[in-house]
Ligand binder design. Structure first.
Ligand code: PRP
Length: 207
Protein backbone atom coordinates (compact mmCIF):
# COMPACT_ATOMS: atom_id res chain seq x y z
CA UNK A 1 0.00 0.00 0.00
CA UNK A 2 1.21 3.51 -0.77
CA UNK A 3 1.95 5.68 2.22
CA UNK A 4 1.79 9.44 2.11
CA UNK A 5 3.99 11.68 4.20
CA UNK A 6 3.32 15.35 4.95
CA UNK A 7 6.65 17.11 5.34
CA UNK A 8 6.97 20.54 6.90
CA UNK A 9 8.46 23.10 4.55
CA UNK A 10 10.86 25.78 5.73
CA UNK A 11 13.22 25.26 8.65
CA UNK A 12 12.80 21.48 8.93
CA UNK A 13 12.70 20.75 5.22
CA UNK A 14 16.42 20.49 4.51
CA UNK A 15 17.21 18.23 7.47
CA UNK A 16 14.23 15.98 6.75
CA UNK A 17 15.19 15.57 3.10
CA UNK A 18 18.75 14.81 4.21
CA UNK A 19 17.57 11.97 6.47
CA UNK A 20 15.39 10.51 3.70
CA UNK A 21 18.35 10.63 1.36
CA UNK A 22 20.62 8.95 3.93
CA UNK A 23 18.22 6.03 4.36
CA UNK A 24 18.32 5.55 0.60
CA UNK A 25 14.82 6.72 -0.33
CA UNK A 26 14.18 8.04 -3.84
CA UNK A 27 13.75 11.72 -3.12
CA UNK A 28 15.33 13.28 -6.23
CA UNK A 29 12.08 15.14 -7.00
CA UNK A 30 12.05 16.60 -3.50
CA UNK A 31 15.59 17.84 -3.87
CA UNK A 32 14.85 19.61 -7.14
CA UNK A 33 11.33 20.65 -6.33
CA UNK A 34 10.70 23.99 -8.04
CA UNK A 35 7.14 25.00 -7.14
CA UNK A 36 5.78 21.45 -6.98
CA UNK A 37 3.99 20.34 -3.82
CA UNK A 38 3.48 16.60 -4.35
CA UNK A 39 6.38 14.24 -4.98
CA UNK A 40 6.65 10.54 -5.76
CA UNK A 41 9.44 8.47 -4.28
CA UNK A 42 11.18 6.72 -7.17
CA UNK A 43 12.35 3.79 -5.03
CA UNK A 44 9.59 3.28 -2.47
CA UNK A 45 5.81 3.27 -2.64
CA UNK A 46 5.66 6.66 -0.95
CA UNK A 47 4.18 10.02 -1.83
CA UNK A 48 5.35 13.22 -0.12
CA UNK A 49 3.53 16.54 0.34
CA UNK A 50 5.28 19.72 1.34
CA UNK A 51 3.11 21.91 3.57
CA UNK A 52 3.18 24.33 6.51
CA UNK A 53 3.58 22.70 9.92
CA UNK A 54 -0.02 23.25 11.08
CA UNK A 55 -1.30 21.89 7.78
CA UNK A 56 0.88 18.82 8.15
CA UNK A 57 -1.02 18.02 11.36
CA UNK A 58 -4.35 18.71 9.65
CA UNK A 59 -3.55 16.36 6.75
CA UNK A 60 -2.51 13.63 9.19
CA UNK A 61 -5.56 14.09 11.43
CA UNK A 62 -7.84 13.78 8.40
CA UNK A 63 -5.98 10.71 7.11
CA UNK A 64 -4.95 12.37 3.85
CA UNK A 65 -1.37 11.89 4.98
CA UNK A 66 -0.53 8.73 6.91
CA UNK A 67 2.57 10.26 8.43
CA UNK A 68 3.65 13.82 9.26
CA UNK A 69 7.01 15.28 10.20
CA UNK A 70 6.38 18.32 12.37
CA UNK A 71 8.10 20.42 15.05
CA UNK A 72 7.07 19.79 18.65
CA UNK A 73 6.30 23.53 18.94
CA UNK A 74 3.40 23.18 16.51
CA UNK A 75 2.31 19.86 18.04
CA UNK A 76 2.03 21.45 21.48
CA UNK A 77 -0.49 23.93 20.05
CA UNK A 78 -2.62 21.19 18.47
CA UNK A 79 -5.49 19.01 19.68
CA UNK A 80 -3.41 15.82 19.44
CA UNK A 81 -5.72 13.69 17.26
CA UNK A 82 -2.75 11.58 16.07
CA UNK A 83 -0.03 9.32 17.49
CA UNK A 84 3.35 10.93 18.13
CA UNK A 85 5.76 8.07 17.53
CA UNK A 86 9.33 9.26 17.10
CA UNK A 87 11.67 12.09 18.06
CA UNK A 88 13.92 12.85 15.09
CA UNK A 89 16.32 14.90 17.17
CA UNK A 90 16.57 17.55 14.50
CA UNK A 91 15.33 21.12 14.25
CA UNK A 92 16.31 21.46 17.88
CA UNK A 93 15.33 24.65 19.68
CA UNK A 94 13.62 25.80 22.88
CA UNK A 95 10.49 27.53 24.07
CA UNK A 96 11.57 30.54 26.09
CA UNK A 97 10.12 33.51 27.92
CA UNK A 98 11.88 36.79 27.10
CA UNK A 99 11.54 40.50 27.69
CA UNK A 100 13.50 43.72 27.59
CA UNK A 101 16.07 43.80 30.42
CA UNK A 102 14.19 46.52 32.32
CA UNK A 103 10.88 44.66 32.31
CA UNK A 104 11.11 41.51 34.42
CA UNK A 105 7.59 40.15 34.09
CA UNK A 106 7.87 38.00 37.22
CA UNK A 107 8.35 41.06 39.38
CA UNK A 108 5.83 43.33 37.71
CA UNK A 109 2.78 44.34 39.69
CA UNK A 110 -0.54 44.65 37.86
CA UNK A 111 -1.73 43.33 34.53
CA UNK A 112 0.70 41.57 32.24
CA UNK A 113 0.62 41.21 28.46
CA UNK A 114 2.41 38.39 26.69
CA UNK A 115 2.91 38.32 22.92
CA UNK A 116 3.28 34.95 21.20
CA UNK A 117 2.70 32.78 18.16
CA UNK A 118 1.93 29.97 20.63
CA UNK A 119 -1.06 30.99 22.82
CA UNK A 120 -1.69 27.49 24.19
CA UNK A 121 1.91 26.96 25.28
CA UNK A 122 2.00 30.45 26.83
CA UNK A 123 -1.34 29.99 28.62
CA UNK A 124 -0.31 26.59 30.03
CA UNK A 125 3.00 27.99 31.24
CA UNK A 126 1.53 31.01 33.06
CA UNK A 127 -1.36 28.96 34.47
CA UNK A 128 1.15 26.62 36.11
CA UNK A 129 2.79 29.66 37.69
CA UNK A 130 -0.66 30.94 38.72
CA UNK A 131 0.09 34.20 36.92
CA UNK A 132 -2.80 36.07 35.36
CA UNK A 133 -1.75 37.24 31.90
CA UNK A 134 -3.38 38.56 28.76
CA UNK A 135 -2.15 36.62 25.75
CA UNK A 136 -1.77 38.58 22.51
CA UNK A 137 -1.52 36.37 19.41
CA UNK A 138 1.16 37.50 16.98
CA UNK A 139 1.87 35.78 13.66
CA UNK A 140 5.60 36.49 13.28
CA UNK A 141 8.63 38.56 14.31
CA UNK A 142 7.36 38.33 17.89
CA UNK A 143 10.50 40.05 19.19
CA UNK A 144 9.16 43.32 17.83
CA UNK A 145 6.13 43.37 20.14
CA UNK A 146 7.85 44.20 23.48
CA UNK A 147 10.11 46.72 21.75
CA UNK A 148 7.05 48.62 20.52
CA UNK A 149 5.31 48.18 23.86
CA UNK A 150 2.54 45.96 22.59
CA UNK A 151 3.37 43.55 25.41
CA UNK A 152 5.60 43.11 28.46
CA UNK A 153 7.17 39.84 27.43
CA UNK A 154 7.05 37.08 24.84
CA UNK A 155 6.85 33.30 24.65
CA UNK A 156 8.67 32.16 21.53
CA UNK A 157 11.08 29.64 20.11
CA UNK A 158 14.81 30.30 20.30
CA UNK A 159 17.30 28.43 18.18
CA UNK A 160 20.61 30.33 18.10
CA UNK A 161 19.44 33.25 20.27
CA UNK A 162 20.56 35.72 17.59
CA UNK A 163 17.14 37.31 17.03
CA UNK A 164 16.70 38.01 20.74
CA UNK A 165 20.22 39.37 21.09
CA UNK A 166 20.05 41.63 18.06
CA UNK A 167 16.82 43.11 19.36
CA UNK A 168 18.04 43.67 22.91
CA UNK A 169 15.83 41.05 24.58
CA UNK A 170 16.92 38.65 27.31
CA UNK A 171 15.77 35.14 28.22
CA UNK A 172 13.92 35.05 31.54
CA UNK A 173 13.04 31.35 31.56
CA UNK A 174 13.21 28.21 29.41
CA UNK A 175 9.92 26.33 29.06
CA UNK A 176 10.93 23.14 27.22
CA UNK A 177 13.06 21.69 24.44
CA UNK A 178 11.67 21.28 20.95
CA UNK A 179 12.60 19.00 18.05
CA UNK A 180 11.00 17.46 14.99
CA UNK A 181 8.65 14.53 15.60
CA UNK A 182 7.02 11.86 13.46
CA UNK A 183 3.25 11.69 13.84
CA UNK A 184 0.92 9.03 12.45
CA UNK A 185 -2.78 9.02 11.60
CA UNK A 186 -4.60 6.80 14.11
CA UNK A 187 -6.38 4.64 11.52
CA UNK A 188 -3.32 4.34 9.26
CA UNK A 189 -1.37 3.09 12.24
CA UNK A 190 -3.48 -0.07 12.10
CA UNK A 191 -4.39 -0.26 8.41
CA UNK A 192 -0.89 0.35 7.07
CA UNK A 193 1.08 -0.87 10.07
CA UNK A 194 3.57 -2.88 7.98
CA UNK A 195 4.51 0.05 5.74
CA UNK A 196 4.59 2.53 8.59
CA UNK A 197 6.75 0.28 10.78
CA UNK A 198 9.16 -0.21 7.90
CA UNK A 199 9.46 3.55 7.45
CA UNK A 200 9.97 4.13 11.19
CA UNK A 201 12.60 1.38 11.41
CA UNK A 202 14.55 2.85 8.48
CA UNK A 203 14.52 6.28 10.12
CA UNK A 204 15.34 4.90 13.59
CA UNK A 205 18.48 3.24 12.28
CA UNK A 206 19.67 6.55 10.88
CA UNK A 207 19.05 8.71 13.92
C1 PRP B 1 11.61 32.01 14.84
C2 PRP B 1 11.29 32.56 16.21
C3 PRP B 1 12.32 33.64 16.39
C4 PRP B 1 13.52 33.08 15.62
C5 PRP B 1 14.51 32.48 16.60
O1 PRP B 1 11.01 32.78 13.89
O2 PRP B 1 9.97 33.03 16.29
O3 PRP B 1 11.89 34.85 15.82
O4 PRP B 1 13.03 32.05 14.76
O5 PRP B 1 15.67 31.99 15.94
P1 PRP B 1 17.13 32.34 16.50
O6 PRP B 1 17.15 32.05 17.97
O7 PRP B 1 18.05 31.41 15.74
O8 PRP B 1 17.42 33.78 16.19
P2 PRP B 1 10.98 32.39 12.35
O9 PRP B 1 12.33 32.51 11.74
O10 PRP B 1 10.36 31.04 12.23
O11 PRP B 1 10.12 33.52 11.67
P3 PRP B 1 8.86 34.38 12.12
O12 PRP B 1 9.29 35.22 13.28
O13 PRP B 1 8.48 35.20 10.95
O14 PRP B 1 7.81 33.40 12.51
Amino acid sequence: MTISIALTKGRLEKDTVKILEKIGYGIDELKNKGRKLVFKDNKKDIEYFLVKSKDSITYVEHGVADIGIVGKDTLLESEKEYFEVLDLNLGKCKFIVASLPNNNIYEKVGSLKIGTKYPKVARDYFEKLKMDVEIIKIEGSVELAPILNLCDGIVDIMETGTTLKENGLIVLDSICDISARVIVNKASFKLKSKEIKEFLNDIREEI
